[in-house]
Design a protein around this ligand. Structure first.
Ligand code: SAM
Length: 232
């Protein structure tokens, strides 16, 4: 994409979503930021860390990309020493700050949404985690920038688990059935800020380096995880 108007549109889409019904736009099975919503977030965090073979140690600094209202951040903050909770939406993050008011080890950072992580120093993060975020990012180059920026941020021994859209005809059919089902319930799921782009596998794997392994783990018809490890 030649201009960056889609990023401003994404920021507005997610700010509006947070105001309309943050819980639904974060995890479509919920309409309230309830105890059950956070329990599911904790359960999914543990499940996907395990699926990707990523262990969060009590001394770890964790970067979460697209933290939303803190559904998974809460669990990450219980596991690690400090969490940098980043998001394109200031509205989502201000709700997260209220939801996680009892946790003193979370920093909230609004990011430009183009994949750059200007506030995060190279080699300063032990774990990067992101779920159901890149699949909503409209520009492929922004998604690739997120992956390369997240790898840049990894300290020696650092681990990364970032979910992206899966590819394939079945995936597209499945996704459009979901977009349509949500649309008839009045949700804004035909927006480009919801539908996002896909990244070719080869472009992801090419982000590996001498000291960084990158692999893909397909979880289901819609989701693939990018797993990266920096050598110690
Ligand atoms: C479906 S929610 C998921 C939130 C959280 N990962 C969870 O599972 O609870 C997607 C989140 O990604 C954020 N987001 C969307 N586009 C983004 C971008 N380009 N950069 C950073 N965050 C983005 C949205 O504001 C929203 O909070």
């Amino acid at each position: 994409m030649a201009d960056d108007s889609h990023r401003a549109q994404s920021a507005k889409f997610w700010d509006d979503a947070a105001t309309e019904n943050a819980a639904w736009y974060v995890a479509t099975g919920y309409t309230e930021e309830s105890a059950a919503f956070f329990e599911q977030g904790a359960h999914e965090t543990d499940f996907f860390l395990g699926f990707c073979g990523v262990v969060v140690e009590p001394t770890d600094v964790v970067l979460e990309i697209g933290a939303g209202v803190g559904r998974m951040t809460k669990r990450l903050a219980a596991l690690g020493e400090r969490v940098i909770a980043s998001d394109i939406s200031a509205e989502m993050l201000s709700r997260a700050e209220v939801n996680l008011a009892e946790m003193s080890n979370v920093d909230y950072v609004v990011v430009p949404g183009d994949g750059s992580l200007p506030a995060v120093q190279s080699g300063s993060v032990d774990v990067v985690f992101s779920y159901i975020v890149l699949q909503h990012v409209p520009a492929r180059e922004d998604q690739v920038r997120y992956l390369s920026e997240a790898i840049r941020a990894l300290a020696p021994g650092g681990r990364l688990a970032i979910q992206v859209r899966a590819t394939g005809v079945k995936t597209v059919l499945h996704e459009w059935a979901g977009f349509a089902a949500h649309l008839v319930r009045g949700r804004k799921t035909l927006s480009k800020a919801w539908r996002g782009a896909k990244i070719p596998k080869a472009q992801i794997l090419a982000l590996g380096a001498d000291d960084v392994t990158v692999e893909l783990r397909r979880h289901n018809v819609r989701h693939t995880w990018v797993v990266a490890n920096r050598a110690k």
